[in-house]
Design a protein around this ligand. Structure first.
Ligand code: MN
Length: 308
């Protein structure tokens, strides 16, 4: 077991080594990329931690919590080791004495190119010409490496999640820019997971009352889960009888999408429709069989049925 001294020393660390965010993200990363080298991610963390030491976020937290959170979002997405290393270091060149040359000699040209792309992206995005920025320019700014854009999205997502620490005025400015530039970028890259989260944060900043209304509605509606469970089990029975091998899951909508529907449809109460996803495991014909079975029994709502 551990000696008393080890335990005492560990208790002085800001987090225990079993649950610290860096170990957690490395574990997630290894579970997807089993041959990944965790040492390089740890090394990037230690470098970033040393460079940012003493810097604080607006929330009062140590600055290092930000790059760690960004890297964690990216490890959840299943991104590669180079992306996680670049994410850990993404603000060092802009905000500390660490140079791009030092970064290149410590972590290699691939990581350096991405961090350089991110630094330039920020200048373009937050610079004076930012208003006029187009998606096309952002993509050009990223150079030829799409990982720059993916890190930028994760970076913005964490900043949006922690927007509360800023003034109402900057919250609105940042949320508007996010809505106009980064959400379309999510669409272009097909990263729906980040888009959903970003849109909920945008709603909270731009329409706090709308956000509160939907949150309350979701917490209070009665019989919703029971209804979905009944529908799911009816789907399961029908498809099993039709000998289609598939997985049926409930797919909740995010707050922003419910809010958008409510406003667009001029509903007096929040408007949400239950959603189920049917994932067919088999060849294309099985998909059509599943469609036939389900639409034979339940009439599809025009425009609301999606074939992925
Ligand atoms: Mn950042």
């Amino acid at each position: 077991g551990e000696s008393g001294l080890t335990r005492r020393l560990k208790s002085l660390l800001p987090w225990s080594t079993d649950t610290d965010p860096v170990s957690t993200l490395i574990r997630t990363h290894k579970s997807i990329h089993s041959d990944a080298d965790p040492g390089i991610v740890r090394h990037a963390y230690e470098t970033a931690e040393r460079m940012h030491r003493g810097q604080m976020r607006k929330s009062g937290e140590p600055f290092i919590t930000h790059p760690v959170a960004v890297a964690a979002i990216l490890s959840d997405l299943g991104m590669d080791t180079v992306t996680l290393v670049a994410a850990m270091l993404h603000d060092t060149v802009e905000d500390t004495s660490y140079t791009i040359a030092a970064l290149e000699s410590d972590f290699g040209p691939e990581v350096a190119l991405i961090v350089d792309g991110l630094t330039k992206f920020d200048k373009l995005f937050f610079g004076e010409a930012a208003e006029a920025e187009t998606l096309r320019k952002l993509i050009i700014a990223a150079g030829r490496d799409v990982r720059v854009l993916v890190i930028k999205l994760a970076d913005r997502l964490h900043n949006m999640r922690t927007l509360d620490a800023r003034s109402t005025k900057s919250q609105q400015r940042i949320a508007t820019a996010t809505r106009d530039v980064l959400v379309p970028l999510c669409d272009r890259l097909g990263i729906q997971v980040i888009k959903r989260d970003l849109e909920d944060c945008i709603l909270k900043a731009l329409s706090p009352s709308g956000y509160a209304l939907i949150t309350e509605y979701l917490a209070q509606r009665e019989g919703w889960n029971e209804y979905l469970e009944r529908a799911r089990s009816a789907f399961t029975t029908e498809l099993k009888n039709g000998r289609v091998d598939c997985k049926i899951t409930v797919r909740p909508r995010h707050l922003y999408s419910i809010w958008k529907d409510t406003v667009a449809g001029r509903h007096s109460e929040p408007h949400d429709l239950p959603r189920l996803v049917v994932q067919v495991d088999g060849d294309d014909m099985d998909c059509y069989a599943a469609l036939g079975i389900i639409h034979g029994r339940w009439r599809p709502v025009p425009g609301r049925f999606k074939d992925f």
